[in-house]
Design a protein around this ligand. Structure first.
Ligand code: GAR
Length: 208
């Protein structure tokens, strides 16, 4: 069984989707062993507690820079013997000391179709604001490995939704979460835990 450690910063609906999938027996070969939050008041921590999952808080605001913060996260991941790290609405970019130590072992969910509307500064509702501002007709979410560059690691899964006239960022966000994020994140986590993701020349392929 692989130890899955989930990193969160906010509401934790993606964490909830993972918990529900695990409960439904849909995560093969792994279990969520710890939730780590960068914010002490994240509702995701309640979700962990309500489901009997251990949690830790490593507040981003207690650290002056990304490197010292990342070192603290790295120490926690090592202590938790993480086999897979899932960034589920984790709003802090991790330094390369973490991404190198856990190469191809960190999965992120990004609420757009990478390489559009991604990179530094594109997170949460801002992503949807920018997509609507541009006038795209489809958007979606991307599940990808995390490397040294923001939102640039190998893509595992992507899914799309239509953008409708009159959508607000909140409406589009909800459509993408319900139809893509909450389905594809647990799926990618299970594929990883079943060793069904191949990496070839820096690209990820799902073994059928
Ligand atoms: C999700 O839409 C996730 O894709 C996004 O933040 C939301 C978190 O919601 N993540 C990013 O923008 C990371 N760049 P949640 O806390 O309810 O899972």
């Amino acid at each position: 069984m692989k130890n899955i450690v989930v990193l969160v910063s906010g509401g934790g609906t993606n964490l909830q989707a993972l918990i529900d999938s695990e409960r439904a027996g849909e995560i093969h070969g792994g279990r969520i062993t710890c939730v780590i939050s960068s914010k002490p008041d994240a509702y995701a921590l309640e979700r962990a507690k309500n489901n009997g999952i251990a949690s830790r808080v490593i507040p981003r605001k207690d650290f002056s820079d990304s490197v010292s913060y990342s070192k603290a996260v790295l120490a926690a991941l090592d202590e938790e013997k993480a086999d897979l790290v899932v960034l589920a609405g984790f709003m802090t970019i991790l330094d390369e000391c973490v991404t190198r130590a856990y190469a191809y072992k960190i999965i992120n969910v990004h609420p757009a179709l990478i390489p559009s509307f991604c990179g530094e500064g594109f997170y949460g509702l801002k992503v949807h604001e920018k997509a609507l501002e541009y006038g795209v007709k489809v958007s979606g979410a991307t599940i990808h490995f995390v490397n040294e560059e923001a939102d640039a690691g190998a893509i595992i899964l992507q899914g799309t939704v239509d953008v409708k006239r009159g959508d607000t960022p909140e409406v589009l966000q909800k459509r993408i979460m319900e139809n893509v994020e909450w389905k594809l994140l647990p799926k990618a986590v299970s594929l990883f835990c079943e060793d069904r993701i191949d990496i070839v020349d820096g690209r990820a392929y799902v073994k059928e």
